[in-house]
Design a protein around this ligand. Structure first.
Ligand SMILES: *[C@@H]1O[C@H](CO)[C@@H](O)[C@H](O)[C@H]1NC(C)=O
Ligand SMILES: *[C@@H]1O[C@H](CO)[C@@H](O)[C@H](O)[C@H]1NC(C)=O
Ligand SMILES: *[C@@H]1O[C@H](CO)[C@@H](O)[C@H](O)[C@H]1NC(C)=O
Length: 432
């Protein structure tokens, strides 16, 4: 998901209260919303494009703040329930996880790798495990264009005049290490991606500005040798850390890669090259794309998402031998469609994946009204879609709630029971 789209929802709320809520955006290039955070949070500049309200005050680091702000004691966290002993793999149109072919429900947390408290990470995984959510998709990137102060998490820097640097320190990839460790202890697998199309947490824009690429010709990111060398270097660094760890469900090339106005061959060639590169480093894990599912034959429906305008040919990309399964996202509100339209989006991807003989995951879905969620979940089950992962998981800590972008569904609420617990159980019970 592109956070800035969603944040317009929470910033509308924030304008009324004049303060940005927890985890909301509070600054960045062209940001016109508020820059003051609610009590207990301060506006931290992640990079030139994105500042976010995080726990603490500007004079204390996030590390010490979250650690001392009364995070739940370890004793309140449920003990690990399972361990993952075998590598997940595609099995026809479903997945085999920990030795069992199954349908499943999962969810998304872009923020968990940026937490500085291990207890907070453990609490999330204990809740996911007890709900029966099998897979969590996390951001495996956090690109910055200025180095934040100590105690603030970043993974890779693109500072003009300096060589790009991958942060393997305590405020760097060691935070992702803890996510992998905790997930494994709780029997939850991870989809880990390597770059964002959007400028949240740096993304392609951070590379673009460092390497002086055109801001209008999007194909340059995908074809620049310098960009791809650094992107592959980052991939190699992350893959090396967990290549023998079955907690990783799949590597993912990017969050919502698009190449507006480009020939679809630009992205297809990049997928071929990058997925083959990952398989050359690590033949045990699956690889997926992370795209939204654009550019697929919609029959008589020729509306925007089905077209090739975003430079994606979904079927051609899924046929690539080093891609193990397909992904689709569903945000009708952002695409000029009705919520009811979402059912055909789910069915069309499931049918195309079936023809190709690979699974498909409805990897993100959300709607502000939540009115159609149960309808979409029924379509997931009826169509044989292998899994669905709602956007986005929410949880409550002693310092408050995680980012509410208008789509968040919080653990322990009545909504969570209706849209998450019940469907997770139904997916797990569905016969393969
Ligand atoms: C900020 O807005 C200006 C004017 O609309 C635009 O040219 C520029 O690309 C924007 N910058 C970013 C990072 O979105
Ligand atoms: C992501 O995709 C959109 C739509 O094609 C594009 O406008 C944007 O520039 C891309 N983001 C970056 C950082 O390249
Ligand atoms: C980008 O352009 C600036 C100014 O011309 C130059 O100093 C810098 O070396 C260029 N960066 C790269 C990575 O080529």
């Amino acid at each position: 998901m592109k956070l800035s789209t969603l944040l317009s929802i929470s910033s509308a709320v924030a304008i009324a209260s004049a303060q940005q809520p927890a985890y909301a955006q509070c600054g960045g290039v062209n940001w016109s919303g508020g820059s003051i955070c609610v009590s207990g949070f301060y506006c931290f500049k992640q990079n030139e494009f994105y500042s976010q309200c995080i726990p603490g005050t500007a004079t204390t680091t996030a590390a010490t703040t979250t650690a001392t702000s009364g995070s739940p004691a370890t004793s309140t966290i449920a003990p690990p329930v399972a361990s993952i002993t075998s590598f997940a793999k595609a099995a026809g149109n479903v997945f085999n996880i920990n030795g069992k072919s199954q349908y499943f429900m999962g969810t998304n947390s872009y923020w968990i790798g940026f937490f500085t408290s291990n207890d907070d990470v453990d609490l999330v995984f204990s809740h996911l495990a007890s709900t029966g959510l099998k897979v969590l998709r996390v951001w495996g990137f956090n690109d910055v264009t200025t180095i934040p102060s100590a105690g603030n998490v970043w993974f890779q820097s693109f500072v003009k005049g300096s060589t790009p640097t991958i942060n393997t320190g305590a405020d760097g990839l060691q935070r992702l290490d803890y996510v992998v460790e905790s997930a494994g202890k709780h029997g939850v697998s991870l989809i880990i991606n390597f770059v964002n199309n959007w400028s949240d947490y740096g993304g392609m824009a951070a590379y673009r500005s460092y390497y002086n690429l055109s801001t209008t010709d999007q194909s340059q990111w995908y074809t620049s040798a310098a960009v791809q060398a650094q992107y592959q270097k980052y991939i190699a660094t992350v893959v090396a850390r967990y290549k023998d760890n079955p907690t990783v469900f799949s590597w993912e090339l990017a969050n919502e890669p698009r190449c507006n106005g480009c020939a679809t061959s630009v992205v297809t060639n990049w997928i071929k090259t990058t997925s083959a590169y990952i398989k050359s480093l690590d033949s045990k894990h699956m690889v997926c794309i992370g795209d939204e599912g654009f550019g697929i034959d919609g029959g008589t429906d020729t509306s925007y998402p089905f077209g090739p305008g975003e430079g994606i040919d979904w079927v051609a990309n899924l046929k690539i031998s080093t891609i193990d399964f397909g992904t689709a996202h569903l945000y009708p509100e952002s695409w000029g469609e009705t919520d009811a339209w979402g059912t055909s989006w789910i069915n069309i991807h499931a049918a195309a994946a079936k023809t190709i003989g690979k699974p498909v995951i409805l990897e993100e879905y959300g709607t502000a009204t939540k009115a159609n969620i149960l309808v979409w979940q029924k379509a997931v089950m009826d169509s044989g879609t292998a899994a669905d992962m709602y956007w986005q998981y929410g949880d409550t800590f002693s310092w408050g709630q995680t980012h509410n972008d208008g789509h968040s569904i919080y653990y322990g609420t009545a909504e969570y029971k209706t849209y998450v617990e019940d469907h997770a159980a139904a997916m797990a019970a569905k016969a393969v």
